[in-house]
Design a binder for this molecule. Sequence first.
Ligand SMILES: Nc1ncnc2c1ncn2[C@@H]1O[C@H](COP(=O)(O)OP(=O)(O)OP(=O)(O)O)[C@@H](O)[C@H]1O
Ligand SMILES: O=C(O)[C@H](O)COP(=O)(O)O
Length: 401
Amino acid sequence: MATKKSVSSLKEADLKGKRVFVRVDLNVPLDDNFNITDDTRIRAAVPTIKYLMSHGARVILSSHLGRPKGVTPKYSLKPLVPRLSELLGVDVKMANDCIGVEVEKIVAEIPEGGVLLLENVRFYKEEEKNDPEFAKKLASLAEIYVNDAFGTAHRAHASTEGVAKYLKPAVAGFLMQKELDYLVGAVANPKKPFAAIVGGSKVSSKIGVIESLLEKVDLLFLGGGMIYTFYKAQGHSVGSSLVEEDKLDLATSLIEKAKVKGVKLLLPADVLVADKFAPDANSKVVPASEIPDGWMGLDIGPDSIKTFSEALDTTKTIIWNGPMGVFEFEKFAAGTEAIARKLAELSGKGVTTIIGGGDSVAAVEKAGLADKMSHISTGGGASLELLEGKPLPGVLALDDA
Ligand SMILES: Nc1ncnc2c1ncn2[C@@H]1O[C@H](COP(=O)(O)OP(=O)(O)OP(=O)(O)O)[C@@H](O)[C@H]1O
Ligand SMILES: O=C(O)[C@H](O)COP(=O)(O)O
C-alpha cells in the first residue's frame, strides 16, 4: 500500500501569532433550506483548529463545497459558520471571497486564537486547474500551510497541492495524519489475520481496491451487488441481479489471484432476493448460486451473515468498504447492519476496525455505531485511491517528516 513518505506534523510548527492557512474539507451535505444534514466533516476538522487556536495562531480556513461553476450563492460556505462557531467556542468570521485586497484586510485583523473562514475556493476555476498564480495568492495570505483536508487529498488543486509550493512550512493536520496512520499504516503493517470486506454496487469501481488488498490480506469477504458478476462467471443462475457482463473474466481472474496468493475468499452462500428493486418488494432467502428468474439479490442472507461473522472472529485487523446490500431499503439492510454490529463488537475486543469511506460509513452511522470503530474515514474517493495504493497529491505536496 505504498503511498507516501511520512509527512511533517503540525506539532513541529512554531505557531504563536502566525497566520496559518488551513485547508479543510467542509464539503458537507446541506438540505434545500441550507441546514447541515451531516456535520461529521466539520467535527473532524475541529481538533486541528482548536490546537492552532490554543497555540495563538491566526487561523484562516479554506474549503470547497460542492462543484460550483463560478460564483454560485447556493454553494456559499456561510451556512456552516454557526455550527463551526458552536463547535469551536468562538465567533468564526466569514470573508466574502478567498483572495484579494478585502480578504487581506480581514486577515490582518484576525486576533491571536481567532478564526476566519474564506468563501468557497471553487468559486474560482483556477482552484481546480491548480493555477500557480491563484495558488500564490492563497499562499500570500499566510505564513504556514496546514492541510487537514483528507477528503480532498486525491485532488491536485491550488488549495490542496499548489499552495504547498509557495507556503512553507507545509504540514499535515491531525485529521490528515490519523487517516494516513490507519489507511496507510494499519494496512501496511496490520495485526494479523487481516481481513478486508468489500461491497458496494459494482465490481468495476472496486477492481483497484480488490487487487491491491489481495496483496495484503489473509481473508477477503465480498458482498453487495458485485457478487453476482462473480456467481455468473462461475456459471450460476443470478436471475435479474446486477451483473457486469464485461467483467466476467475479471471476476474469474480475481478468484484465481486470491487462490495463488493464498487469500481465503468468502462469497455469501445465501442471499435475500427481491421481485423488484423497491423498498416494498417481496423477498425470500435463496442459495446465492440458484437465484430464480425474475428475482434479484439485494442483500446477503442469514447463513452468510453467520459464516462471515464467525470468520471475522478469527481476525485482528478489518478494513471495510462498501455495503453488503441495498441498505437504503430497510428490508435489505440486515446484512450491512449485521456486519456493522460485528465490527463494533470486535473493536471492543481489541480488533482494529477501519471503515474506508463512502456508503459503508453512512451505514455505520445509520446504525449508530460510528464511535465504536477504530477509524472511520472522512474521505470517499480519497480513501479508495489510497487503498488502491495511489499516491495522494495533497499528501505528496507536504514537507517530509
Ligand atoms: N445487491 C445489490 N444490488 C444493487 N445495488 C446494491 C446491492 N448491494 C449494494 N448496492 C448498492 O451499492 C451502493 C454503494 O455502492 P458503491 O460502489 O458506491 O459503494 P461505496 O464504496 O460504499 O460508496 P462510494 O463509491 O460512495 O465510496 C449502495 O447505494 C447500495 O444500495
Ligand atoms: O466529497 C468528497 O469526496 C471531497 O470533498 C471531494 O469532492 P470532489 O469529488 O467534488 O472533488
